[in-house]
Every structure is written in C-alpha cells, then in structure tokens.
Design a protein around this ligand. Structure first.
Ligand code: G1P
Length: 296
C-alpha cells in the first residue's frame, strides 16, 4: 500500500484574500483546526506515514503547526493543562514524518509535485492530496482515499479521484473522459483522455478530478519533460495525459462529499458540515443554526 504523500501548499491563495494575506490559506480555521490538519488527518488515517509538504517562503506557519512548540508545551505543563498538552503532542503520531521542501517559483502544480522528487524518489508510488479540497466521508463506511489507494494496488495503474460536478463548473477542474462506462462509486474505470479546465462545450464529461491522486514514481521523469501548458504553468494534468498514453490512467469514483476550501463559500459549507457534528460544539452549534434559520 502507498505510504508516502505529497501535499502542494506553495500557492498564494488569491481566491481567499484578504483572509490569506498574512496567513497561508491552508491555515484558515474550520471549526477548531486549520484546513491543512484535516487533510493530514485524512492521509494518516489512510495509512500514509511520510508526508511531504511542498511549500514556499510565506508558508512557514504550516511547518510550525506540525512542529513541536516547546515553549507552549512547557507552559501548559507548568499550568497542569495535561489534556491540551496531550492533544498537541498527538497532532501527528510518532510513526508519521512530515517533511517540507520549497517550491521557489510558482511554476504550476506539476512543478510543485516534481519538487518532491528528491524525497519521494522514482522507485515507488505515492499519493498527492491538494489541500484546497476537503473530503468528507462521515456518511460512508470507508474512506475514499483508502478506496483509491487500494484500487491502485489492485489495478497497478495510476488513479485520479473524481466526482460528478454541475456542468457549469467543469471549467474549474481537470475533467476526465472514461473510455467506456463512467465508474460507479468506489470503482475505477480506464480513461481515454483528460483535459484541464475545459469549457462546458469542450468537456468530455462532468467527472472532475478533485485533488486526490495515486501515482507511480515514473510520473517524475514525465513531469521533468512536460512543457508549460495552460497559464504558462507545468500542469500535472498534461503529465498525466502522457502517463495515460504510456501505461494507462484510471478514474476512481468517490462516494463522499467535497468542500472547496480554496474559496470562501467552500469554507462556510465545510464549517457548517464539520461544526454540526463536532463532539464538543455540535449540539450548541445546531441550536445556533436553527436560531439563525428562524431569523431570531
Ligand atoms: C487543480 C488541478 C485540477 C483539479 C483541481 C482540484 O486545479 O489542476 O485538475 O481538478 O486542482 O481542486 P487548481 O484548483 O489548483 O487550479
């Protein structure tokens, strides 16, 4: 099973300004923890043990969040706040390492993934999780990430997690073309192509890549020779299209819900979804919700 994951977090987050002016967009809070923590928890729960953050100079808050804060821990210890201390110390299990590497220039998602090559190496498969999207499997028996990583093992083929989106939204995503039937939930299907942010007219389907990938190490050499594409950036989608021609790529159809936390409305929806079932605040939050709903 795949044990390594790359989380590209170097982008400016312009869609979240002014919230993301002085803090990384990945550090914006959903209920009681930053967005990035949900994604790291998702990866860890799926068996990932080595997480590579591809970061940039204005993103050190993310590295600090997962590092030990000795001063804070000493202060909590001295005040006897043992529960808080234990929570902080267990943010990342001992057998999980979080490593960061810089993407000096914003040359695109494909370039960001390529920056992780010296740590991941070409010899083994790895996952990519884009922290803009939160995956919510609370209503499901299993995690979509586990399903996708299992599908990679079973089919020995790269997997892109997809969900059907409204046709007017295809322009925001990488869109896939299944070579036969579209995959059923929790199933994979071979692709005949994929295209980055097509117009509605040009889109081969409404199945959108939601930012979870299981990739072979060979993607690095493909990325290395991928020319800049849309927006003058090195696009992961272009490299995936080359990989598809060489050895096939499959779409894995997710069953859970997604929240686009690269956008304020997505944060709001994620906040509603996670707050109403929060172990500590859930009940009070639901009471708040009904109060506001009734306009009281
Ligand atoms: C990236 C990918 C795109 C994918 C999307 C998911 O785009 O390039 O294929 O569908 O993430 O969020 P971005 O949103 O970074 O422009």
């Amino acid at each position: 099973m795949i044990r390594k994951a790359v989380l590209p977090v170097a982008g400016f987050g312009t869609r979240c300004l002014p919230a993301s002016k002085a803090i990384p967009k990945e550090m914006i809070t959903i209920v009681d923890r930053p967005v990035i923590q949900y994604v790291v928890e998702e990866a860890i729960a799926a068996g990932i043990r080595e997480i590579v953050l591809v970061t940039s100079s204005h993103k050190s808050a993310i590295e600090n969040h997962f590092d030990t804060n000795a001063e804070l821990e000493d202060s909590l210890e001295a005040k006897g706040k043992h529960e808080l201390l234990a929570m902080l110390r267990n943010l990342v299990p001992d057998d999980v390492s979080i490593i960061s590497i810089r993407q000096g220039k914003p040359l695109g998602l494909g370039h960001a993934v390529l920056c992780a090559r010296p740590i991941i190496g070409d010899g083994e498969p790895f996952a990519v999780l884009l922290p803009d999207v939160l995956v919510d499997n609370s209503a499901n028996q299993t995690s979509d990430l586990v399903g996708m990583l299992t599908a990679f093992d079973k089919h020995k083929t790269a997997q892109l997690m997809v969900e059907a989106v409204d046709w007017e939204n295809v322009v925001k995503y990488g869109i896939v073309a299944p070579s036969g039937e579209a995959p059923a939930p929790e199933e994979s299907a071979e692709l005949s192509g994929m295209v980055e942010k097509p117009t509605r007219e040009a889109a081969p389907s409404n199945l959108a890549v939601i930012g979870r990938y299981a990739l072979p190490g060979s993607i690095f050499s493909i990325l290395e020779s991928t020319a800049p594409g849309a927006g003058g950036e090195i696009q992961l989608t272009d490299a995936l299209e080359t990989l598809r021609e060489q050895s096939g790529v499959q779409a894995y159809c997710m069953q859970g819900a997604t929240y686009d936390c690269g956008h304020p409305l997505g944060y709001l929806e994620a906040t509603l979804a996670f707050a109403r079932r929060h172990s500590e605040f859930g009940e009070a939050f639901q009471a708040l919700l009904s109060r506001y709903y009734q306009g009281v």
